[in-house]
Design a protein. Structure first.
Length: 548
């Protein structure tokens, strides 16, 4: 433990002591009846003491922060009710010191229904805290919110829907009671209560052309007492259980962003919802939004933690495949580098002295990140390492590898841009094939020009029937052959301009007399100079060799 960590326990202990002292004062205040003390105050202080004690035994800023958040959320329902409830009348100051105090009746007490709202809001917060360690916690929280709203408004049924930003739909996540559907039922759905309710429980709606999507899009709560006058509500017929009655629709928000919707229904023939029901439902939905936001934030944090752990494992595995030391190869000098953005790098290079007349250079740029990208990377690398030891050409090897990858039944994206270069030092012959966005360029020492020698084609893993063609040329002493991933030339500077092939070519021409290792180092330095403080948005990998 560092000195700084040891010192950190002092304020933790101090916070716990102060919280206990405050709790003691509150007990005295309650016994002497000098002021009203809510049980929520005791609960909040208790959570604060537990947070300090737990953090002392299990150090971690995340756990401490979450417990403090729960302590604050315990006060939230009470504070909202006091802030937006009906103001109390203040006692007038007596003109004389010995004037009688105002009678107790002047001071308005909190109404029983308001106390019940506080208790329900408190229950939402406690359920949110329980959801942290429960696999189905968020679903149980939504079911609790739905059930309590149905009870407090005396509704016949309730539904909770959550917006899916990626699909632009709003999906039913909780359904209870009897809820006459205010949307057009599918034509092939039998009009039977069990079939209609089952269909409703698993329904998705677009964010337009239906009451759920339109209210979620507008972000404004609505009380509907005459559904026959609302064009957004569709009346299914002729069965009585399908007839629409009164509805409450209240968006769930995080700030100004609508994350979901709560719907409450009373059947046709029953009394319509009142403004009081509407007001109570709105208050409870505020508590519900806060509780759900806490759970979602924790789930996002947990997912990021799991992704980080997965990324760490994958990164360690990837390091096993990285070249520790560049091989000494006859007739050429080699340089390379790979700069990753975050997590597991989706790029990989490899150098394989396959035979006396063949040295193979491999560069992979796999779609995606993390463990999925690593699995695809490992599969392609293993295939190529086996196949380059045959007499097959680069194009044939990529074609075979593509068939192997397309034949996999793994449920993950397995697209990859691959460059395979076979070099024969005895003839200074360069044979290569590419797939996807990877590019191959040739610097000619005789002409002093940099020329692209590769052509665009489909990535590996798209279509099983794709065939990759060989391209070849004979090099000369001083020629430089380079392959790179698209992240290298697409690196952006502070003005949003890409690094570009032209700038890369200038660096190659300027430093063509250097060995391959030094040429790669010059390119790496130039990219860093170009992008400045900007962070790369994609991995950058360069593989270069120079004919001696």
């Amino acid at each position: 433990m560092s000195n700084l960590d040891a010192i950190a326990y002092i304020p933790l202990i101090a916070i716990a002591v102060v919280a206990l002292v405050l709790a003691a004062f509150l007990v005295i205040i309650k016994i002497r009846n000098t002021a009203k003390v809510s049980f929520i105050s005791f609960l909040s202080l208790l959570i604060l003491v537990i947070a300090c004690a737990y953090t002392t035994m299990h150090p971690g800023i995340t756990t401490f922060s979450l417990l403090i958040l729960i302590a604050l959320l315990a006060l939230f329902p009470y504070a909202v009710l006091l802030a937006f409830g009906k103001p109390k009348e203040r006692m007038a100051v007596a003109p004389e010191a010995d004037a009688p105090a105002a009678p107790d009746a002047v001071i308005e007490e909190i109404k029983p229904e308001e106390v019940h709202l506080i208790q329900l809001g408190q229950e939402f917060v406690l359920r949110a805290a329980e959801a942290f360690s429960n696999e189905n916690g968020s679903q149980e929280l939504m079911d609790t919110i739905n059930q309590k709203l149905v009870e407090i408004t005396r509704a016949d049924g309730g539904v909770v829907l959550i917006v899916d930003d990626f699909e632009d739909v709003i999906s039913v996540k909780s359904y209870t009671g009897e809820f006459p559907p205010p949307y057009k039922l599918p034509a092939d759905l039998p009009h039977k209560p069990i079939r209609v309710s089952t269909s409703f429980k698993f329904a998705q709606f677009p964010l337009r052309d239906n009451i759920f999507g339109e209210i979620a899009s507008a972000g404004k709560a609505e009380l509907i007492t005459h559904p026959e006058k609302d064009s957004r509500i569709y009346q299914n017929s002729p069965e009585e259980f399908l007839r629409c009655g009164s509805y409450l629709f209240i968006p769930l928000k995080q700030g100004e962003i609508v994350t979901g919707l709560i719907g409450l229904a009373r059947k046709h023939g029953n009394d319509a919802f009142t403004e009081s029901d509407f007001a109570h439902a709105e208050v409870l939905c505020e508590f519900a939004s806060t509780a759900l936001r806490t759970v979602y934030n924790f789930q996002d944090y947990k997912e990021r933690q799991e992704m980080t752990k997965e990324s760490d494992i994958a990164l360690n595995l990837q390091k096993m495949f990285a070249i520790k030391k560049l091989p000494v190869l006859p007739g050429i000098s080699v340089g390379c580098f790979s700069e990753q953005t975050s997590g597991v790098c989706s790029d990989l290079y490899d150098i394989i002295p396959a035979r006396k007349d063949r040295t193979s250079f491999m560069l992979l740029d796999v779609a995606g990140k993390g463990m999925n990208a690593l699995l695809v990377m490992v599969m392609i690398r293993a295939m190529l390492r086996l196949l380059v030891n045959t007499t097959q050409s680069a194009g044939t090897i990529l074609t075979w590898a593509n068939k192997g990858i397309c034949g996999e039944t793994l449920k993950l994206d397995h697209f990859a841009s691959v460059t395979l270069i076979n070099y024969d030092d005895t003839k200074k012959h360069v044979q290569f094939a590419t797939s996807g966005t990877n590019q191959v360029y040739h610097f000619s020492a005789k002409s002093g020009t940099v020329t692209r020698v590769s052509h665009p084609c489909e990535p590996i893993g798209v279509e099983k029937s794709t065939a990759y063609n060989d391209r070849d040329f004979t090099g000369s002493k001083g020629d430089v052959i380079l392959a790179f991933s698209d992240g290298l030339i697409e690196a952006l500077n502070e003005q949003g301009k890409p690094y570009s092939v032209e700038r890369l070519g200038t660096v190659i021409k300027t430093n063509n007399t250097l060995p391959g290792k030094d040429i790669a180092a010059k390119v790496k330095d130039d990219i860093k100079k170009f992008i400045g403080i900007e962070k790369p948005h994609d991995d950058q990998t360069l593989l270069v060799f120079k004919i001696q």
